[in-house]
Design a protein around this ligand. Structure first.
Ligand SMILES: NC(=O)c1ccc[n+]([C@@H]2O[C@H](COP(=O)([O-])OP(=O)(O)OC[C@H]3O[C@@H](n4cnc5c(N)ncnc54)[C@H](O)[C@@H]3O)[C@@H](O)[C@H]2O)c1
Ligand SMILES: [Zn+2]
Length: 367
């Protein structure tokens, strides 16, 4: 295989190339791609979950065995956000210790955002840091969570409370993996995809709306094109602000209320579904504050709905959601920082959003 023909996007830090996102649909290519990037001769450990493992782990383990030293082990975690916790990180450490993995080991995260965040955190902390590779298998993880280096786990119901910034050595994005994703998980991924357009790139937002049928029909070429732009937008934001001091906060658009809803419903809705509703609430608050027009807000809400995402959430207590926004970890001095919109394609961070405005935003999605 000639790796030069693979489409790639390179993520930089301080102007230096750090890792490539490689787009391709040939799982057999993974070994060569890793070897080309200096991972030959490593001892690999593939971490996956109970849904993804039976579908895709065999080919990935084979690719690692082909270029690695020693036998690749496979760690299969139980699937689901409810398992994104320190207990299961301990399971990964235990396997690595039992099998005597050393500092030259390399973990491969094969799965959605849950497996990616957990494997990344295990890699960041095992022996003070070993390499890891992202092989994302959900739309959300391919479009968003596998790049940017945020890793971590939930703690006692609080989302992503424990974690580390830790960059992968490579991301292998294979849209064919999306073929086995159930409709709800597939649709959920669009919340982050549309978010990328809303916060930074109106032309991309319009591309998504115009190509909705092809995208929802899982057309390989259109999906790859879409992922590439989403990844480019995220990469540019992350490169400008790797540790989320300022600009990277824009990626939290829709997440302040979205995370509060996610916690309130005890993860009864997917992350993407909660973020979709959270984006509508944040757009509504942007209108209240006089930044966004009513027409733009309605376009955002209706376009999000047209992808099959929820723009309303039933069974929530708005006062309790309000309280939960104050415990969002991105809050400053107990007040949540809100990402609002000046227009579609232009987001900014606003610290001055009153409880009354937040409550109105929550009420706009309740019911
Ligand atoms: N690190 C970041 O920057 C970042 C950004 C956004 C979200 N996240 C995190 O990502 C997580 C959500 O990720 P997710 O939506 O991928 O959820 P997920 O990892 O739970 O995957 C969703 C479900 O789909 C299954 N699955 C995965 N790939 C499949 C495939 N190809 N075929 C069939 N089934 C498959 C999984 O087993 C799971 O049941 C959240 O924990 C969120 O906090 C992290
Ligand atoms: Zn998110």
């Amino acid at each position: 295989m000639n790796c030069a023909t693979e489409k790639t996007l390179t993520v930089h830090k301080d102007g230096m190339p750090i890792y490539d996102i490689v787009y391709g649909t040939n799982p057999e290519a993974l070994g060569d791609l890793l070897k080309d990037r200096g991972f030959g001769g490593r001892r690999f450990c593939v971490v996956t979950d109970s849904n993804v493992g039976p579908l895709y782990a065999e080919a990935v383990v084979r690719a690692c065995d082909g270029i690695g030293s020693g036998k690749t082990i496979l760690v299969t975690l139980p699937a689901g956000e409810e398992n994104k916790n320190l207990d299961h990180i301990s399971d990964i450490y235990r396997c690595l210790i039992e099998e005597k993995y050393d500092r030259r080991s390399c973990l491969i995260a094969l799965g959605g955002g849950v497996v990616g965040d957990m494997t990344g955190y295990a890699a960041a902390t095992y022996l003070r840091g070993v390499s890891f590779i992202q092989v994302p298998t959900t739309l959300l993880s391919q479009a968003d969570s596998s790049i940017g280096g945020k890793t971590g786990v939930d703690f006692e119901g609080y989302k992503n409370m424990v974690g580390a910034f830790y960059m992968p050595g490579m991301v292998f994005a294979n849209v064919d993996y999306l073929g086995s994703l159930d409709e709800r998980q597939f649709i959920g991924g669009f919340a982050e995809v549309i978010k990328h357009g809303i916060i930074r790139d109106k032309a991309y937002y319009e591309f998504l709306v115009q190509n909705r049928e092809l995208i929802l029909g899982r057309d390989t070429e259109t999906l790859t094109q879409m992922l590439y732009v989403s990844n480019r937008i995220k990469k540019e934001v992350v490169e400008a602000d790797p540790y989320e001091k300022k600009e990277r906060m824009l990626l939290n658009f829709g997440h302040t209320i979205g995370h509060a809803v996610e916690k309130y419903l005890d993860f009864g809705m997917t992350h993407g579904e909660c973020v979709a509703a959270g984006c509508c609430a944040a757009a509504y608050i942007s209108v209240l504050k006089g930044f966004l027009t009513q027409n733009e807000y309605e376009a955002v809400r209706d376009d999000i709905a047209s992808f099959g995402l929820p723009v309303r959430v039933s069974g929530i207590d708005p006062d309790k959601i309000l309280k939960l926004t104050a415990s969002d970890k991105k809050a400053s001095g107990g007040r949540p920082r809100f990402v609002l919109l000046k227009s579609i394609g232009e987001a900014f961070v606003e610290e001055n959003v009153s409880d009354d405005e937040i409550l109105k935003g929550i009420l706009s999605i309740a019911g």
